[in-house]
Design a protein around this ligand. Sequence first.
Ligand code: ATP
Ligand code: MG
Length: 392
Amino acid sequence: MKQLWLLKIGEIALKGGNRSLFERQLKKNIRFQLKEHLISYTGQRGRFYAETDGLSEEETAKRLSTVFGLSGFAVCLKTEKTADAVIEAAAEIVRKHLEQTKTAAVTFKAESRRADKAFPLDSYRLNCLVGDALCGRFPQLKVDVRNPQLTVGIEIRDHAYVYGNGTEGPGGLPVGCAGRGVLLLSGGIDSPVAGWLCAKRGLKPEAVYFHTYPYTSGDSLEKVKTLAQILSPWTCGLNLFCVNFTEIQLKIKAEARPNRTTILSRSAMMEIATRLASERHAGALVTGEALSQVASQTVETLRVTGSHTDLPVLRPVIGFDKQEIIRIAEKIGTYGTSILPYDDCCTLFSPEHPEIAPDFGELKKEFDRLSLTPLIEQAAASAERIYFSPES
Ligand code: ATP
Ligand code: MG
């Protein structure tokens, strides 16, 4: 069955000269989500209309709710530009709302926008006319212009468009408009949230996971794959690069001071991620580091890890406390997977008493002494790519 959807944009509407770039990316991402079910896409003045065919309303809403850049969307009726036609469409919207909510009494208001100034009624008069007509037809309705349960939206443009409450979108900016970034994705709570937050600002992540098979089990990899799958609708598909980190980790454990192993392996991860970024044309690295969360996330250690890349390191959860991160993880559906108890390479090899404020110069020297470059090159070159698409 065909449906027309009204799409509302958020921050894109504030853009100036390059607004069309953002709008084009949004259209591309909506097409990516709706695939062949999107049969037409038109737009005027910050409002876009997508016509779909063959998808249920529920499924379409589910897919649109992961498209960054949308502030909201609603199924919408397109009618002739006459007061009578608008009233009929508004009555249809009310009927559907009453059916879905099954409530005995509903407060509502009509909210018109008259983009076509040639339409004979101004917004106020159209609201009154539609409001009165609806109250006459549905005894369950009561007008409340301040805090209504149902808002019947009416837009007078090339046609009249009428819609109900609709659904809130995720906001942000369309994925892809801020280029690409390599996301260091561990199996923990923080890095999936970090990836999601960067995607919300338009960055398209390419994920990398470091495993120390056979010291870490295949289950750990499965966990990260599940996280990549959960993130994939938000990121318009997601590549996960799996890197064997075992030899590097063993060399560090054998040759470095025990209280420095975590920070040294993080440094090696940054170098591998930077190599991948260059291959994937990514302009940034993204991590789930939060200041003071653990020993490897102090200002001093962040300076060390940050010095192993020439790319900007985006750390979107740097100022969040754990509860705030968990709240987002729950919202996006990664939390349940992140807390599954499988070992990460860092937890297995981490020292009992890691250095909290390492001396920058000394650590750099210790890293150089390890001569990891050949192993780093080899690990980066043998990364295995797995692609996750939202529908798999
Ligand atoms: P997370 O919950 O994201 O695992 P964390 O609090 O456990 O974070 P750390 O283990 O100190 O923090 O890791 C800090 C960051 O380093 C992670 O957020 C992630 O970006 C990156 N990282 C750590 N381990 C790995 C790994 N095995 N593969 C990829 N990235 C990793
Ligand atoms: Mg971790």
